[in-house]
Design a protein around this ligand. Structure first.
Ligand code: IVH
Length: 692
């Protein structure tokens, strides 16, 4: 008979494979029934041999279950960023590679430069590893004895967000490292969209009547931050490893670290190369740039790293970046295409902006169909766009693709210029121009004043209202919003809460039906309990983003107080500038907006005030830390507590609220016991933080 432990291992490997096929690749090989049988066989063996249960066993994790919120992910070694250098264009006298040369040699008037720092310790020829700078989402993965434990985003470098549930949907992310040493290992890299898959996914979305994603990087970030891993499932994401965090036996060079990542089962970009000296470095930087347009993923530069770990240590860090590495940014990708027309789009605030409609073209690996023209000044004065133009499109990283120039041609000037319409393309109302600043013609604002009567604005406002960071109304997507507006069922957000009364009309909407209508009504109902800050965001108050909304909620604690506040009171809110204060005041002074707030309140939206201690849930509490914590460094724990508003004191007194004690805690722990101060271990403190 097969040894039970061998069988257990087989089962774990097999189940992991089936999980991946099912969840990440959407091509199951066995039925649910067969899967369950294998799973139960494994469970039975595991309960007979509990000491042999593998940490990566599918029984040990709750499968693809949504999480209630993203939990903090603490980096035991801070995740730093890289200093940037740029490919210089012709007029820069230093030449295109100046920043690379300076990285090694340093400039006489400035500190830095590897050779200047190392002095005599610098080898004659410095070895580097040159890698593509992957334009994805930075991620850290934690493995324990070779098994995947968790993974999280970079966040502020010390604490990010735990996105393990989504990482587990990525097909090429190893669940178990082959031949890795025992102990804890952290590996860093990027999560990226496969570009061909991204295009395919977008085409499918379009066919389903959903919005196309414009930008692979932002979509990857959005996908990883979803609470429900079924959203990430089947999306063509990949993980590439590029640097080591914790390692029980740190490799002596970056090159060996990359080799080891490959051996363990990670995907590492094949463009990475070890280079001796600057000539080879520059040749590789050029080779990577030449390969850029054909790569299956996006890059925005090359990363140069000193290969030798001992030299890296000698070089150390300046503030948040290592001195031994730099990012060399390529010039943004540009391409020509024909301009099919200009669309004037009406935003939720009524602002009308021109968008270039393009003959679809690939730029930096992504197909671009629209590009920003910013405003009237840009379209007419700077670019002078004419019908029939050929234009140059530029796409750089996160930025929306933009038209940077029109190409001159022989009969071009005979063609008419593009001009703004007189009337709103959404509702036909006359547009209004305002010149905010005489000196700055580019600041002309062209708006449709017909707020609640303009379907384009109403749609924009409703979409914004129901979006994830605002009221988060599940199931109320773009398509449905358009249908509601077209059917005259909702003209303003407050009308959503009255949809129950027009249920038959709701059910009749295309593709909705009874069950979905009920789900929608439930989701709308649930949104009545959103916290004040999200409600403020949902209202679309100008200049109020996530963090300002939080500050306002914390400061005023109720929507009524905000409605009553004058500009001076608003200006007193921490981190709110006078211009923002007056924009907020202007918004709430508008009778239409005030009425809408009252209507929302009447409909049962509670604008839930932040909890009493919520300004950092531990504000006013004093903590003392002592001893060695099992996982977190003392500084990290301190930072987490302070971030939640707690004060950290050096000694225990009657005023101490909690003592956080780790191994070998000494007199402070005794004192805490003597005074009856509650003592928490690391886990209890983290639980407290989470509750806060
Ligand atoms: S090494 C100490 N290598 O670029 C620096 N980073 O601004 C460790 N990135 O957040 C980073 N490709 O996420 C490194 N081949 C590569 C990279 C890379 C992309 C990202 C990284 C970091 C950012 C640096």
């Amino acid at each position: 008979m097969l040894d039970p432990i061998v069988r257990m291992n087989q089962l774990v490997d097999e189940l992991i494979r089936h999980n991946r096929l099912y969840h990440a690749e959407d091509r199951a090989e066995i039925s649910d029934h067969e899967y369950d049988a294998l799973y139960r066989e494994l469970q039975a063996l595991e309960s007979a041999h509990p000491a042999e249960v593998r940490s990566d066993s599918p029984t040990q994790r709750v499968g693809f279950v949504p999480v209630a919120q993203l939990r903090p992910f603490v980096h035991q070694v801070p995740m730093l960023s890289l200093a940037n250098g740029y490919h210089k264009s012709a007029p820069d006298w230093g030449g295109p590679w100046e920043d690379i040369i300076e990285f090694e040699r340093g400039k006489s008037e400035r500190p830095g430069g590897i050779r200047r720092v190392l002095g005599d310790a610098a080898p004659e020829v410095i070895a580097y590893v040159v890698e593509p700078k992957l334009d994805g989402l930075a991620m850290e993965l934690v493995y324990e004895d070779g098994g995947f434990v968790s993974g999280g985003t970079r966040g502020d470098g010390s604490v990010g967000e735990d996105v393990s549930h989504n990482l587990l949907t990525i097909a090429n992310l190893p669940r178990r490292l082959v031949g890795a040493p025992r102990g804890r290992i952290t590996v860093r890299g990027e999560v990226l969209f496969d570009l061909a898959g991204f295009e395919r996914m977008n085409n499918q979305r379009e066919a389903r009547g959903e919005r196309r994603f414009e930008n692979p990087r932002n979509s990857a970030a959005g996908t990883m931050r979803q609470l429900d891993p079924n959203q990430a499932r089947g999306r063509p994401l990949r993980f590439f490893a590029h640097s080591a965090g914790l390692h029980p036996e740190p490799p002596p060079s970056q090159w060996l670290a990359l080799t080891q990542f490959r051996d363990w089962g990670f995907e590492v970009s094949p463009l990475c190369a070890r280079c001796l000296g600057l000539d080879e470095v520059i040749a590789t930087v050029r080779a990577i740039e030449a390969a850029r347009a054909d790569l299956p993923y996006e890059i925005d530069g090359a990363v140069l790293k000193v290969d030798d770990t001992a030299l890296q240590e000698a070089l150390g860090f300046v503030t948040r970046s290592p001195r031994w590495a730099m990012a060399f940014k390529y010039q943004p990708a540009q391409v020509r295409t024909e301009l099919a027309g200009v669309l004037f789009s009406v935003g939720r605030t009524g602002q009308v902006t021109p968008v270039a409609q393009l003959h679809p073209v690939r730029v930096g690996g992504v197909t671009v169909r629209n590009a920003s023209l910013h405003n009237e000044h840009q379209m007419q004065r700077v670019l002078g766009l004419r019908h029939g133009d050929t234009v140059v499109i530029q796409r750089a990283g996160d930025v929306i693709p933009e038209v940077v120039a029109a190409v001159d041609g022989p009969h071009r000037l005979a063609q008419p210029l593009f001009v703004y319409p007189e009337r709103c393309p959404g509702c036909g109302h006359d547009l209004v121009r305002t010149l905010a600043d005489e000196e700055r013609p580019e600041m002309v604002q062209i708006r449709c004043p017909n707020s609640f009567g303009c379907p384009a604005q109403v749609e924009g406002a409703l979409r914004h209202f129901s979006s994830r960071l605002a009221m988060d109304i599940e199931g109320l997507g773009e398509k449905l919003v358009s249908q509601l507006v077209a059917a005259g069922l909702a003209r303003r957000p407050s009308a959503l809460y009255a949809l129950g009364a027009v249920r038959p009309a709701l059910v009749e909407l295309e593709r909705l039906g009874e069950t979905s209508a009920q789900k929608l009504l439930d989701a709308i109902d649930a949104s009545k309990d959103r916290p004040l800050d999200r409600c403020l965001l949902a209202l679309g108050v100008p200049m109020v983003g996530e963090s300002t909304a939080k500050e306002l909620a914390r400061h005023f604690r109720s929507i009524d107080a905000i409605l009553q506040a004058d500009v001076v009171a608003l200006d007193e809110v921490p981190n709110v500038a006078l211009t923002t204060a007056s924009a907020i005041h202007g918004f709430f002074a508008d009778p239409g907006n005030r009425d809408e707030v009252l209507a929302l309140q009447a409909a049962g939206v509670r604008f839930v005030p932040p909890a009493a201690v919520a300004s950092g849930g531990l504000s006013g509490r004093t903590f003392v830390l002592t001893g060695t914590l099992p996982n977190l460094g003392r500084d990290t724990m301190k930072a987490l507590l302070e971030r939640a508003g707690a004060k950290i004191a050096g000694s225990v007194s009657k005023k101490t609220d909690y003592v956080v004690a780790g191994a070998e805690a000494g007199s402070k722990l005794d004192k805490a016991r003597e005074l009856g101060v509650p003592v928490l271990d690391e886990a209890a403190t983290l639980a407290l933080l989470e509750g806060a």
